[in-house]
Design a protein around this ligand. Structure first.
Ligand code: FPP
Length: 244
């Protein structure tokens, strides 16, 4: 499969697990189990294709409001994923990290995350980021609060705050903004995901439910991305001149 332009940073909203299960008369949790298998396959394929950063929206801050049984199952899936996959991540040179309200997670999940982060810290291939207990508005608010505190403590002057300073206070300070954001399941919304970071991201909405998402669907998204002209506010002519 020939793709000319692979996004440097791909972010995915993996949506549709519940509907996939419902269509089969199964509990929602079965959709999450199948969704996890798909995530593993897509992580491996992104690594193979040379995507440098992959952010997966695995659990939003709003997902805490789901029925207790579903939340517990999602935590169990995470625990199991981290336990079983860390060794494979190391083998595949994939570095693992997390963004979100880490301290809201169950203690043993936090411990497994720290263990996976430590074990993969030396890996310099794909940088795999799970957004867990993540909400973009909360992330932005937390940045604003820290900046305000730094001003009170005379560590920062209001006139010195620019976009770079702001970015420094986000969970994603070490990560470039996403080039492409894919949302599966036909829903066309962003659901509190990377709101600051997506200012110039390309968006791709796939009708496929996440548990049915295949490598071919990923390639279709990349082919579509390849055709986009990213202008960052400039004109087409300016962009063409930049590359000629
Ligand atoms: C959205 O589907 C999906 C989630 C809230 C969880 C996503 C989690 C996984 C795919 C499993 C965890 C992944 C890893 C890699 C450990 P939904 O339940 O909102 O589906 P619906 O919109 O059809 O109800």
């Amino acid at each position: 499969m020939q793709i000319q332009s692979i996004p440097h940073h791909l972010a995915i909203i993996m949506d549709g697990n519940g509907r996939w299960a419902h269509q089969r008369g199964q509990p929602r949790t079965i959709g999450h189990v199948k969704g996890t298998r798909v995530a593993k396959e897509i992580i491996r394929e992104c690594s193979r294709l040379g995507v440098k950063y992959l952010t997966l929206y695995a659990f939003s801050s709003e997902n805490w409001h789901r029925p207790q049984m579903e939340v517990s199952l999602l935590m169990k899936i995470l625990r199991r994923y981290l336990k079983r996959e860390t060794e494979n991540l190391v083998k595949e040179n994939i570095r693992f990290s997390v963004i979100g309200d880490f301290f809201r997670l169950p203690e043993d999940v936090m411990e497994s995350i720290v263990a996976a982060q430590n074990a993969t810290a030396h890996c310099d291939g794909l940088q795999l980021i799970f957004a867990l207990s993540y909400g973009s508005r909360a992330e932005i608010l937390s940045a604003v609060k820290t900046i305000a505190q730094e001003i009170v403590e005379n560590k920062l002057r209001p006139e010195d705050i620019d976009e770079a300073t702001f970015k420094e206070h986000l969970f994603t300070k070490f990560t470039p903004d996403p080039d492409l954001i894919i949302r599966t399941s036909g829903e066309c919304r962003i659901s509190n995901f990377l709101l600051w970071q997506m200012a110039y991201s390309e968006l791709y909405f796939s009708p496929v439910l996440w548990p049915d998402f295949k490598k071919a669907d990923l390639y279709a998204a990349f082919r579509d991305y390849e055709k986009r002209q990213r202008r960052f506010g400039r004109t087409s002519v300016q962009i063409e001149n930049l590359f000629n």
